[in-house]
Design a protein around this ligand. Structure first.
Ligand code: HEC
Length: 310
């Protein structure tokens, strides 16, 4: 073995090892912290772990004795596409409640990213590096909002929800001070649980109705009747969105998975549910006793994170 190739081999082992460590850290991240980050930040984590796995795969493929085999072309095409499916973010909030499945999800992303890069490099020398850039870029692009639980694509004509004014101030404030009110916790959950993908808080149209001036206002139902958005109405809408069909909005689009995250045995105090309903109330000029949750807005004990039970 010449000196050059020995040096190359060592570089491959070092880079491959670094890739393996990065991928391992990314795959197991959901176990270390079940604390919810925003969906965007989480996509950057996906990009990081795909980079680690891809780097490892590239180094492995480069040490192949028989470069360039045509048979690798199919995995090179199919793996990145499948990898995208495992990043489908509408299940994000649900995965946050199931850390082990979340690890499995991350493992699939890592394996598919690795396979995509390995297959490209094995198919054609040099293509692996390009695939690595592509896969990481794809994951990182997701952080910019692509595919973030806005429902089926035919609904996308609607304006994406944006956050501004009072709500933006709320979210900014949460970075500086511990959460002491339910509505502030609600503002944070609005982001972390993905509601913001479909509901605006400033009146802008979206996949679902805006939360501005919702509480206390009459809602038009698909059957022609109207109902006031009081506490019970909001509660039903969040926990069983299939039970009430609003005029002008599609049914079956809002996830019906929130019930398990907000109520039941694990959340006897329903802190998060109350927080969301308080936040919806704060956004309305017609809020009243009827539309507010049965618990006061200040959190009794000052709790500092969105993990506050409930
Ligand atoms: C994938 C899109 C989507 C997500 C994510 C989503 N919703 Fe919805 N939401 C909808 C749609 C669509 C409707 C209207 C449903 C209907 O007509 O039956 C709706 C209706 C509602 C309503 C009733 C609004 C009204 O005008 O009466 C409330 C309250 C609500 N959602 C709360 C939430 C909360 C809280 C979250 C997050 C924990 C959330 N939604 C996440 C799509 C979504």
């Amino acid at each position: 073995m010449t000196e050059i190739s020995g040096w190359r081999k060592r570089m491959r082992v070092v880079l491959g090892g670094a890739g393996a460590l990065i991928a391992l850290a990314g795959v197991t991240a959901p176990l270390e912290s079940s604390h919810m980050t925003t969906i965007a930040v989480h996509h950057l984590l996906h990009a990081g772990l795909a980079f680690g796995a891809g780097l490892l795969a590239l180094m492995m493929a480069r040490s192949r004795e028989d470069p360039e085999r045509v048979g690798w072309v199919w995995p090179a095409i199919v793996a990145p596409a499948l990898g995208l499916a495992f990043m489908w973010p509408s299940e994000y909030a649900w995965l946050m409640e199931h850390p082990w499945l979340h690890v499995l999800d991350h493992l699939s992303i890592a394996l598919l990213a690795g396979l995509a890069v390995y297959a490209s490099e094995a198919y054609w020398r040099g293509l692996g590096g390009l695939m690595l850039v592509l896969v990481v870029a794809m994951d990182a692009a997701a952080a910019g909002g692509f595919g973030v639980s806005r429902g089926p694509s035919f609904l996308l004509q609607a304006q994406p929800a944006t956050i501004s004014g009072a709500a933006a101030a709320e979210v900014a404030a949460k970075h500086q001070q511990p959460i002491r009110t339910l509505h502030r916790l609600g503002a944070q959950l609005y982001q972390t649980m993905g509601c913001s993908g479909c509901h605006s808080v400033n009146g802008a149209p979206g996949v679902g109705p805006t939360w501005k001036n919702l509480a206390g206002y009459p809602q038009k139902l698909a059957n022609g009747q109207t109902a006031i958005a009081d506490y019970q109405f909001l509660r039903t809408m969040i926990l069983d969105p299939g039970k009430i069909d609003l005029a002008g909005f599609p049914q079956g689009v809002m996830p019906n998975t929130y019930r398990a995250m907000l109520t039941g045995k694990k959340h006897p105090q329903e802190t998060r549910l109350n927080a969301l309903i308080w936040y919806i109330n704060i956004l309305s000029d017609r809020r009243s006793k009827d539309s507010q949750p049965p618990v006061p807005d200040p959190l009794r004990q000052a709790r500092s994170t969105a993990r506050a039970g409930g």
